[in-house]
Design a protein around this ligand. Structure first.
Ligand SMILES: *Cc1c(COP(=O)(O)O)cnc(C)c1O
Length: 423
């Protein structure tokens, strides 16, 4: 039934046979593989339909009731609903739903609140910070003066006392929390307290864990954090996009930075899809979903560790696990992330190579594998399936050159996937 609707939705695409075939192949791939990249999710068909709707066809530069073009009555209706739902979902004072994605959202925050060259304190990228948190080749690293904190070498977790010391020494204007590859709980309250005590603005980039936060599966940065950015396509399970939430006192500056500062016409079809996503996340079932993501990640972590796989920080509190291959006996050397990710792909398990804290190799040949449970949870898998998946993964990692094993597991993965269809 559900499957038919998506296929029907792609019917008109048959007019372009080449693209149609590619889209169908991708649909088949998403159905037949275990997609375990922690920043990905499968959004609902309602979200997909909003993305593919006629809202695509409208120019709406400006904000609701203050547009530069006529004909925006219904566009205003949908953007206002998206704003209201976003504020309600997170308990935020102000929401800007126009950023086209996570990176532009972060760019807008810096553009709104800082001057070129100002100092920002963020997480070391190889410990889990995002590109936009000061990578030297990114605009953030080029235009702002980033200083960094990392995780503790022993615990591989954040040490708030050390972060406070760095903040006191460096006196940054902005302090960023929120990461792309950190598996543990973030103490947003303490981050804000530190920022306040050194006269900095606190910013939480909750792109990865927004769904967990609204599902009460991770502590919230609201209402105290000054500015919060998040993508909407990760654990939040919406369209590929982002929003900025902030205290009322920063609202004007943020809105001005997004438009006309950085963007032109907002993508109103995606804003409609964000409204749908927030509506779904406001439902009580979403809390069960978010909590199951974490339960699944913990079950997966336990199975992997029981099978000789080393995890950074020896576990997880979230949707994400970071495998340390240098301390996994069967691999045991630096720079093997890509080789092992390719081996897992040959078995139908999609992950990504990632640096680990204090990685002895380079970012081009990282020593870790990043894994997450949002998609498998969306597909309805629970702890027993996680145990099975963990065993598949461990077998491949512990014998990553064994082609026969990989193809045998690939067949079993396909069978498992058939029982957990989503589209
Ligand atoms: C994914 C992510 C982003 C960027 O999102 P894009 O939509 O890919 O630009 C920013 N910050 C963090 C922490 C992220 O995880």
């Amino acid at each position: 039934m559900l499957e038919k609707r998506v296929n029907k939705m792609n019917e008109d695409l048959k007019s372009d046979a080449e693209v149609y075939n590619i889209v169908q192949n991708e649909l088949e791939r998403q159905k037949s593989e275990l997609n375990m990249i922690p920043s990905e999710n499968y959004c609902s068909k309602a979200v997909l339909e909003a993305c593919g709707s006629v809202m695509n066809n409208k120019y709406a530069e400006g904000y609701p009731k203050k547009r530069y073009y006529q004909g925006n009555k219904f566009i205003d209706d949908v953007e206002l609903i998206a704003i209201e739902r976003a504020k309600q979902l997170f308990g935020a004072e102000h929401a800007n739903v126009q950023p086209n994605s996570g990176s532009p959202a972060n760019m807008a925050v810096y553009f709104a609140l800082l001057e070129k060259g100002d100092k920002i304190l963020g997480m070391n990228l190889s410990h889990g910070g995002h590109l936009t948190h000061g990578c030297p080749v990114n605009f953030s690293g080029k235009y702002y003066n980033f200083v960094e904190y990392g995780v503790d070498k022993e615990t591989e977790m954040l040490d708030m006392d050390k972060i406070r010391k760095i903040a006191e020494e460096e006196k940054p204007k902005l302090i960023i929390s929120g990461y792309t590859a950190y598996p543990r709980t973030i103490d947003f309250r303490e981050f804000h307290n530190i920022a306040e005590s050194v006269g900095a603005i606190s910013m939480a980039d909750i792109s990865h864990i927004a769904g967990l936060i609204v599902g009460n599966a991770h502590p919230s940065p609201f209402p105290f954090t000054d500015v919060v950015t998040t993508t909407t396509h990760k654990t939040l399970r919406g369209p590929r996009s982002a929003i900025i939430l902030c205290k009322e006192k920063y609202a004007k500056a943020i809105d001005k930075a997004v438009f006309p500062g950085l963007q032109g016409g907002p993508h109103e079809h995606t804003i409609a899809a964000k409204a749908v996503c927030f509506g779904e996340a406001l439902k009580p079932e979403f809390k069960d979903y978010a909590q199951q993501i974490v339960k699944n990640a913990k079950a997966l972590a336990e199975t992997l560790m029981n099978n000789g796989i080393k995890l950074v920080s020896n576990g997880t509190d979230t949707h994400l696990l970071l495998i340390d291959l240098t301390n996994t006996k069967a691999v045991g050397k630096p720079g093997m992330g890509k080789d092992v990710a390719v081996a897992l792909e040959e078995a139908g398990i999609i992950t990504n190579a990632n640096t680990i804290p204090f990685d002895p190799s380079t970012p081009f040949r990282p020593s870790g594998i990043r894994v997450g449970t949002p998609i498998l949870t969306t597909r309805g898998m629970k702890e027993p399936e996680m145990k099975q998946v963990g065993e598949y993964m461990a077998k491949v990692i512990n014998d990553y050159q064994n082609s026969e094993l990989k193809s045998k597991i690939n067949n079993e993965v396909k069978e498992l996937c058939k029982n957990f269809a989503f589209y």
